[in-house]
Design a protein around this ligand. Structure first.
Ligand code: N01
Length: 500
């Protein structure tokens, strides 16, 4: 017999990116629609809102990089551009009626557990309360700009790729790009054709796997997928299954990993003929160890007559350029920082306080940690979506976010029926999970001797070291033994029955 819900949990979702949208749609579909989404930016989309740099493209195929609940048949390209993905997010928000829940330009500064629920404060001082807080605050959100001596004396323009200035005109300019990650490679490819000179400054070379990133998606495919949602669901399921190969390659040292690594080595050999340049572009670590860079245009761009690769260490920025350790000054008009993020901040620097005033900085003094990516000891009724150990680079983020959101709805149901008031993961369960993560990291490719943003300051790898099946098992049915469940309130007296 179905249990009759007696109260609707009040929920605050922080963030309207992939994780926040996944959570909101999942909750709504499950009948929980007493929620607001607080978003710091002026639009939805998360990284796809904040990142607008030239050349921004998703290097995950679009038929996979989409929500399971919102298949899009008519992507214009096999690997969609940033603007198209951003439009898709806005369409999904409209389609699922999330606008009425959305508060844009609403930066959360404080979230404090008061023993019963959460008090959330915005930058403008507005306070709201909630039974549950969902931190969907993203991973690659806070841009990192290195402190280079003399930077404040530079007379040209500077910009970080994650906060691109749309008014910046780079055509005909001498452009410096610092960084060789996925972003650096995309922005070099996009800016080189219009630049009078493009100089890329790199500290560590990256393996760059070739792929025809500009390939259009056939209109016929779009028609077929649109005509049959069943076929589209199948295609999505097959894409998810096929992406398991990527997880397998990352997790286990098999012939499949070696084959993919050979492809990355071949990509360099086949496209860069000049031995000196090839040597400068050759990493001293295994392909796939860092987040794999994918591009069909980068090697061509860096070999163009107006391009130069500089591997000497940057020592200072001068008023008119960049000086390197060999004493050379490289005159430039624009410096583009493709230098990445503070990837382990998650919801910080928010004043997030859990039970007994525990601050998130104290809870995470030894690095970010959460039970199965979503629950943090000391923080009752708070869940993260795409939190610590999320599978960046091995499993679909949308799949993970939707799975986590469905897992959270299990707790929302139990709250709704009055079965619990607060739920908090135990320290023991979290420690057990983190020990298993550390052990499983051993044979992963991320652990083969490179320095990547995956590593925390404590030298742990902040990724998901299990396959998708394990993730699904872990996040399907909560195990009560891993939680402190408190149910003291007389719900029938306190809350009016609802019709959810
Ligand atoms: O950042 P990164 P990113 N002096 O941290 C260099 C996702 N993404 O923005 O390697 C000189 O990878 C640093 O050098 P080193 C994807 O998950 C996805 O490129 O540390 N250089 C490195 O070269 C990706 O992994 C898409 O030695 C300095 C670069 O800056 C993640 O975002 C597209 C320096 C930073 O690379 C981050 O990528 C784009 C210094 N002081 C991004 N400090 C998709 O298509 C740093 N560097 C889905």
């Amino acid at each position: 017999m179905a249990i009759r819900p007696v109260r609707a949990p009040k929920i605050i979702i922080i963030g309207a990116g992939v994780a926040g949208i996944s959570a909101a749609v999942t909750f709504k579909k499950a009948g929980f629609d007493d929620f607001v989404i607080l978003e710091k930016g002026s639009d939805v989309g998360g990284v796809w809102f904040w990142n607008r740099y030239p050349g921004l493209t998703c290097d995950v195929p679009s038929q996979l990089y989409q929500f399971g609940f919102a298949p899009k048949p008519d992507w214009s390209r096999v690997w969609a551009t940033g603007p198209e993905i951003q439009r898709y997010h806005a369409e999904v928000v409209d389609k699922f009626g999330l606008r009425e829940h959305l508060r844009l330009n609403s930066e959360v500064t404080d979230a404090v557990f008061d023993g019963r629920g959460w008090v959330v404060t915005l930058a403008d001082g507005t306070e709201s309360t909630a039974d549950f807080v969902i931190a969907a605050t993203g991973v690659l959100h806070h841009p990192f700009t290195p402190k280079i001596p003399g930077l404040d004396t530079f007379t040209g323009d500077t910009v970080h790729t994650a906060r691109w200035d749309d008014s910046l005109d780079t055509v005909g300019k001498r452009i410096a790009v610092i960084g060789s990650g996925s972003t650096g490679v995309q922005v070099v490819s996009a800016l080189q054709p219009g630049a009078s000179k493009l100089t890329q400054f790199t500290r560590t070379p990256q393996w760059v796997l070739w792929a025809p990133m500009g390939l259009t998606q056939s209109k016929l495919v779009a028609k077929l997928l649109a005509a049959s949602p069943t076929v589209h669901d199948r295609v999505y399921a097959v894409s998810l299954w096929a992406s398991g190969i990527l997880a397998d390659v990352a997790l286990r040292p098999t012939w499949r990993r070696r084959t993919m690594q050979q492809l990355a080595r071949w990509s360099l050999r086949a496209q860069v003929r000049d031995e000196g340049l090839r040597e400068a572009l050759t990493p001293d670590y295994e392909p796939l160890c860092k987040r794999q860079v994918i591009s069909g245009t980068y090697y061509r761009a860096i070999q163009a007559d107006n391009a130069e690769l500089v591997t000497d260490k940057i020592t200072e920025v001068t008023p008119n350029g960049i000086r390197t350790a060999d004493g050379r000054e490289h005159p430039v008009d624009v410096i583009v920082f493709a230098t990445g993020f503070h990837p382990h901040n998650y919801m910080r620097p928010m004043n997030l306080r859990g039970r007994d005033g525990l601050h998130i900085d104290e809870a995470w003094a030894k690095g970010p940690r959460a039970y199965r990516m979503t629950a943090i000891p000391g923080f009752p009724n708070l869940f993260t979506v795409l939190g610590p150990n999320s599978p960046t680079g091995s499993i679909s983020l949308q799949y993970s976010a939707e799975l986590t959101a469905r897992y959270i709805t299990r707790w929302l149901h139990r709250f709704a029926t009055g079965e619990l008031d607060t739920v908090e993961v135990t320290e023991a369960a979290t420690a057990r999970f983190n020990d298993a993560v550390a052990q499983a990291m051993g044979p992963t490719v991320w652990n083969t001797g490179c320095n990547s943003w995956y590593f925390t300051d404590q030298n742990t790898i902040d990724l998901w070291p299990f396959d998708r099946k394990t993730m699904t098992t872990m996040l399907t049915e909560p195990d009560d033994r891993d939680f402190l469940i408190d149910a003291t309130a007389d719900t029938s007296a306190v809350f009016a029955p609802t019709t959810i």
